[in-house]
Design a protein around this ligand. Structure first.
Ligand code: PHB
Length: 389
């Protein structure tokens, strides 16, 4: 072999070595979301939103290529430790992203606390995650269950002038905390919750509970259901005839990502949430356009939360100049982030939960149309969180 040829081979090997190092510098993101069951569509929207933002940045955040790992969590809390460890121990992800169901997220948070992996929650609202269980490496791009529900309680009493209400929800953290949040807002403004009805997740046998509501005759009903369960509940409520006499309210999950399937049964419903379909800001317009082009469907709140989870990670990585191993710096960047969200800009509370507007929305056609801000810059009280900013 002549010398020129040898040199060429050596250069090729060096280049390959260089590329090898670059490949090692990739950031490994573990997406743990529901791909099956009543929350499957919500998981897909979160994944779409996350990947859309990364794609808009040319596949890189903080200059680093993003490599994905994925697990279907089935919205099953019992499987959470095993599923989370597939990503954390087997795949050795740098960042854990998930999930929809609060019970599963509690299991993920325990492993995040023990392992120190950076963990971003793109939906699950369990108040404890950014309350007593808050941690330096745990962030949320979504909401606490308290936030939209509290807002609805205020609106139901103050604006809608209701005096009595019945709550109905799946009996697990999300439903229970939403009912508690509603009660707090509603009773602070002079209303009274006269009965709390529940059924196990993800049951959709609503008939006997609807009969009970009809005999209780409250002024209003507040419901927490989401995904497939929300579609069925809103349709059953309408079919029972109750809607003609007792208005149905909820956190916006009751009508988000579900309107196509709910049809006229949801028409005119009022809900509260940290997003609405027709927010008049340039970021939202661009986001909705890109999402529609890429996925041939309209985005919902879950897509926004996924998109913002990626934006939050980008803020951390940019701050750390792309070095995911410099965890303190990534965390500092995320804490300081001002996220330019389709929902409107938000910042992180000291407990790492968005401080955000809660919008009042009305179902008009296939949209949750904003009627304005119900509560501005609402910060979860984060009871029991010992972090300081
Ligand atoms: C939750 O489990 O925290 C949860 C699930 C679905 C939602 C909202 C909250 O739409």
């Amino acid at each position: 072999m002549n010398n020129v040829r040898k040199a060429t081979i050596a250069t090729a090997i060096m280049l390959a070595g260089g590329l090898g190092q670059a490949a090692q510098a990739e950031v490994k993101v573990g997406l743990m979301l529901p791909a099956t069951g009543t929350y499957a569509a919500l998981g897909k929207a979160i994944e779409n939103g996350f990947k859309l933002y990364v794609e808009e940045q040319g596949g890189k955040l903080g200059g680093q290529q993003i490599q994905y790992f994925a697990v279907d969590d089935e919205s099953d809390p019992a499987k959470a430790p095993e599923n989370t460890n597939r990503l954390v121990q087997r795949d050795k992800v740098d960042v854990l992203v998930g999930t929809v169901h609060s019970g599963v997220a509690m299991g993920m948070a325990k492993i995040a606390r023990d392992s120190g992996v950076i963990y971003i929650i793109p939906n699950a609202g369990a108040d404890m995650l950014t309350g007593p269980l808050c941690a330096k490496n745990i962030f949320r791009s979504s909401f606490t269950n308290w936030q939209p529900a509290y807002g609805m309680g205020i609106v139901a009493a103050e604006k809608q002038k209701h005096k009595t209400a019945v709550t109905i929800n799946w009996k697990y953290a999300a439903g229970t905390e939403a009912a508690d949040g509603f009660r707090e807002g509603f009773e602070a403004k002079g209303g009274k919750v006269i009965k709390e009805l529940t059924l196990p997740f993800p049951n959709v046998e609503f008939q006997s509970l609807l009969t009970e509501i009809s005999s209780l005759k409250p002024d209003a009903v507040f419901a927490f259901f989401a995904g497939g369960g929300a579609v069925k509940f809103v349709k059953d409520y309408d079919a029972s005839g109750l809607r003609k006499t007792i208005p149905l309210y909820g956190p916006g999950f009751l009508t988000d990502g579900t309107l196509q399937a709910q049809g006229d049964a949801a028409k005119g419903m009022l809900t509260t949430l940290h997003y609405a379909d027709e927010l008049d800001n340039p970021k939202d317009k661009a986001f909705r356009k890109h999402y529609q082009e890429k996925f041939s469907m309209e985005p919902d709140v879950y897509a926004v939360q996924g998109y913002d989870a990626a934006q939050l990670l980008a803020a951390g990585l940019n701050h750390a100049k792309g070095d995911i191993k410099n965890k303190d710096s990534v965390i500092e960047g995320m804490e300081q982030a001002k996220v330019d969200s389709p929902r409107g800009p938000f910042t992180m509370s000291k407990a790492h939960n968005p401080v955000q507007n809660i919008y009042l929305r009305e179902v008009v056609g296939n949209h949750n149309k904003s009627l304005g801000v119900a509560v501005a810059n609402l910060e979860d009280p984060a009871k029991g969180c010992k972090l300081s900013k």
